[in-house]
Design a protein around this ligand. Structure first.
Ligand code: ACM
Ligand code: ZN
Length: 470
């Protein structure tokens, strides 16, 4: 290859690779691509090329590296801590991707995917040397406010992979629907997965009216296994979220005996959006129930984490409940945040027995939870910073930069959004490590995540991604 040329305006990669140099020259892909792999562990990578990336252009997998147009090379010279790194070279030998793991090869292929998307069959000569800055690169999706099909979830996972992200945070339960089959408690989906209707327009509009249409759905355990395997093939770990003890109206509609107020028989899956007063009671029956539910969840999701929500918990019912007051008395305080902390601690003990680590939204910091709980800093960056100082691991997902359900432009034809404004520039420029942390504290910032809440995004096209290629 001759010297470096400036082609950066022609081909853009997201995320930006650690190093990318263009050289003069073009490698023309023909309609008969031969793939060479040097390790049997690369069969799935070769299949990705033939099944997704270049589809009917692939002729064969060959034994002879010299004749290949695309070579995938697993190298044993692995550098510690760099297992997602890769090197991609396009030159007159074709495309060569080398890495020390199949994950690295996969990310090299995603770079090739992005280059091919822009350059077509005329691939510019280049060298990319790349590894991620953060171990945690997440996308969230709320399927409670609106249920989304298995087909759509797979599409979403493909797009997460296209951007080299490695975590899918699946928000499976909330006030407006419980979306995961739990065999021990069938009413969670028989009752909790369905709402009578949905508010039309913004939930805070003064003249409220409803669409009159039943909405709902849930994922069977079989479908969940299929999705977990699909994500795993794309080097994505799924973190399931069960949002408790607040945001639990769908759960209470199914099992009202877990509420504080046993005289209330009128819990319903919510048809409006917002924050509701009814929450789970901190009584033993609740934790016995959650132990069974979490055992099924832990069995379905092999990743290290379960997310248990912990956000926006109203304390009114706990104030009114004699059992909750008795727990508070044993904690020697009259601060209801301590009861929230107690609640999360009980769940953490359950999770620990199941060999899972807990993640909670940053409200659980006020509840002074154990530093083994990973904190998702959504209310801003202060929670994340405080958590990192206290020794928690932290995922940054601040509302003012990484909430993709906000307006994304000030143009008048933007579809209705919840509120706020997160234009692309703000998202792209977001720096996940808060200022003012020591080097050791900075290491507690695992990475960042963007969130897609679906109060006002009811369909795949509403999420604006169904038609784009990935
Ligand atoms: C949240 O947005 N309530 C985590
Ligand atoms: Zn109670």
């Amino acid at each position: 290859m001759k010297g470096i040329v400036n082609k950066s305006a022609d081909i853009m990669l997201i995320p930006q690779p650690s190093a990318l140099d263009f050289y003069s020259g073009i490698f023309h892909l023909n309609n008969c691509i031969d793939i060479y792999t040097n390790d049997s562990d690369l069969q799935a990578s070769a299949k990705f090329i033939s099944a997704s990336l270049f589809k009917d252009k692939v002729c064969q997998q060959i034994e002879e590296p010299a004749n290949a147009n695309i070579s995938l090379l697993l190298k044993s010279s692995a550098k510690q801590g760099d297992h997602e790194a890769y090197r991609l070279i396009i030159d007159d030998n074709g495309v060569t991707i080398s890495a020390s793991s199949t994950a690295g090869i996969f990310y090299g292929l995603q770079s090739l995917n992005q280059i091919y998307y822009q350059a077509g069959d005329s691939l510019p000569y280049l060298v990319i040397t790349d590894s991620p800055r953060f171990a945690y690169r997440g996308m969230h999706l709320d399927v409670s406010r609106h249920f989304l099909s298995v087909e759509f979830i797979k599409r979403y996972i493909d797009l997460i992979a296209f951007h080299k992200m490695n975590v899918f945070h699946w928000h499976l339960t909330d006030d407006q629907g419980w979306r995961i089959e739990i065999k021990a408690y069938p009413k969670l989906t028989e009752v909790g997965a369905w709402r009578e209707q949905t508010v039309v327009g913004h939930t805070s509009n003064s003249n409220v009216h409803f669409d009159g249409r039943r909405h709902g759905g849930f994922y069977t355990q079989q479908q969940i296994k299929e999705i977990v395997a699909y994500a795993d093939q794309r080097h994505i770990t799924i973190i399931p979220e069960l949002d408790i003890p607040g945001h639990a109206a769908a759960l209470l509609a199914a099992y009202p005996e877990l509420a504080c107020d046993l005289d209330n028989k009128n819990f319903k899956v919510q048809t409006r959006f917002g924050i509701f007063t009814d929450v789970l009671c901190a009584k033993p029956e609740t934790f016995e129930f959650l132990a069974v539910v979490l055992a099924e969840v832990a069995e379905l999701f092999p990743g290290a984490y379960v997310h248990i929500g912990g956000d926006e918990v109203k304390k009114k019912r706990w104030h009114e409940c004699s059992y909750c007051q008795s727990v508070l008395a044993t904690l020697n305080t009259d601060d209801y945040e301590a009861l929230h902390g107690y609640f999360i601690e009980q769940v953490e003990a359950i999770a620990r027995k199941l060999d899972k680590k807990l993640i909670g939204w940053d409200e659980v910091l006020d509840a002074d939870v154990d530093s083994s709980t990973t904190i998702m800093s959504w209310q801003g960056i202060a929670g994340g910073k405080q958590a990192a100082i206290k020794g928690h691991q932290v995922v940054m997902t601040p509302v003012d930069a990484l909430y993709f359900d906000f307006y994304q432009a000030t143009s008048c034809d933007e579809p209705m959004a919840i509120h706020g404004l997160t234009p692309l520039k703000k998202v792209y420029e977001y720096e996940p490590v808060p200022e003012g942390l020591t080097v050791a504290q900075q290491k507690n910032i695992l990475g960042a995540q963007a969130n897609v809440w679906t109060e006002y995004m009811s369909t795949p096209s509403g999420l604006s991604i169904w038609y784009c290629r990935g």
